[in-house]
Design a protein around this ligand. Structure first.
Ligand code: PEP
Ligand code: MN
Length: 363
């Protein structure tokens, strides 16, 4: 599906982050008390973090869990701004939240995963934020639906919000996986490919659900070329009222960030360029060869379709397909190709082949 263009103000022009990458947004899952907010912010400010996050209104699964301190916590964020000169941000889920944030001078807001999944709420937020100049970061919806995510961006953009970015926090799943949410990086890659200019953050805290996964998830995000990270940090994570297991102290964050390898997005160095250009030229030739092979294969598929039609034979012979796929997986393995890859490629080829043959049959 082709996407409508978004009008985006480059993140460098927001005046929020110091370059180079990664841009970091850090702070506790929830603002709990003035002391906790100030102590955490002090620690993060000492690390050189410029953007402080804290949840004021918390979307919790069960009623009766800590649901955030509400508007009074915004005064503490104001204090963080004044005392440390940091930018402050929180999650908004209703027009009322937005108006409170405007009142207290919140610098940046994000839309949480549960809210992105609801177009009514996103529209309400877009209307409330219209023409405010407050940057808005949109977390992916809880379900792996890229169009729903893009739809939210379009709604905000139509309300003339151009300081717009995204946060990839992974997707809910019923599968038994290592992480709290399934990263499904391919969805992030697809969004990045469609909107290369869209500021892109990853949230390894909600993705991993445990501080032990923060480093590997952050590294993957940065290796994919994402601009920054939103990470939960609490001065005393063990006492946190929400998301205790995934938060780390400012000191822990310093250590973790120190271990990340930040690779350049690209390079103009002549030696690098020469090497990469040669390799890319090889890829281009191979890709053309692939196109030629696909086309030859489809020509044979068409002949088979014609032949089956003449003999009044059904298109799909699943046993033939199963044995072909099995043998390709086997051969692919000998070439060092993974089963998942072979399955994906040959299923796509098979689908196209069946579609073509069906067309012939109905002609
Ligand atoms: C959060 O950032 O604290 C939060 C609730 O995240 P998410 O919307 O990704 O669950
Ligand atoms: Mn949280």
């Amino acid at each position: 599906m082709s996407s409508r263009p978004l009008e985006i103000t480059p993140v460098e022009e927001w005046g929020f982050f110091t370059l180079p990458r990664p841009m970091i947004i850090a702070g506790p899952c929830s603002a709990e008390s003035e002391e906790q907010v100030m102590e955490t912010a002090r620690g993060l400010h000492d690390l050189g973090i410029h953007v402080f996050r804290a949840g004021i209104w918390k979307p919790r699964t069960h009623p009766g869990s800590f649901e955030g301190v509400g508007a009074p916590g915004l005064k503490w964020l104001q204090k963080v701004k004044h005392e440390f000169g940091m930018k402050v941000g929180t999650e908004v889920a209703s027009a009322k939240h937005v108006f409170e944030c405007i009142k207290y001078g919140v610098d940046i807001v994000w839309i949480g995963a549960r809210t992105t999944a609801n177009p009514f709420l996103v529209q309400e937020l877009a209307d409330a934020l219209q023409d405010t100049d407050i940057p808005v970061l949109v977390k992916n919806p809880v379900n792996p639906d890229l169009d729903l995510w893009i739809g939210a961006l379009e709604r905000l953009n139509r309300a003339r919000i151009r300081k717009l970015g995204v946060i990839h926090r992974g997707f809910s799943t019923s599968e038994d996986i290592l992480y709290r949410n399934d990263p499904q990086w391919k969805i992030a890659i697809e969004l990045r490919t469609r909107y290369p200019g869209l500021p892109f953050f990853a949230d390894p805290s909600h993705m991993g659900g445990s501080r032990k996964y923060l480093l590997e998830l952050s590294q993957t995000a940065l290796d994919l070329g994402l601009e920054g990270l939103m990470i939960e940090s609490h001065c005393h994570p063990e006492c946190a009222l929400s998301d205790s297991a995934q938060q780390l102290t400012p000191e822990g964050l310093r250590e973790m960030l120190g271990k990340i390898v930040v690779r350049d997005k690209d390079s103009d160095s002549p030696t690098y360029r020469e090497g990469i250009d040669q390799l890319r030229a090889q890829i281009d030739i191979i890709d053309e060869g692939l196109l030629y092979s696909f086309s030859s294969r489809m020509n044979v598929s068409r002949k088979i379709g014609q032949y089956k039609k003449e003999h009044n034979i059904a298109i799909l012979q699943t046993s033939r397909w199963d044995s072909l796929l099995g043998s390709m997986i086997e051969k692919g393995r000998a070439y060092g190709l993974s089963e998942d890859f072979i399955r994906a490629v040959f299923n796509a080829i098979h689908d196209e082949s069946v579609r073509t043959q069906n067309q012939i049959l109905s002609e």
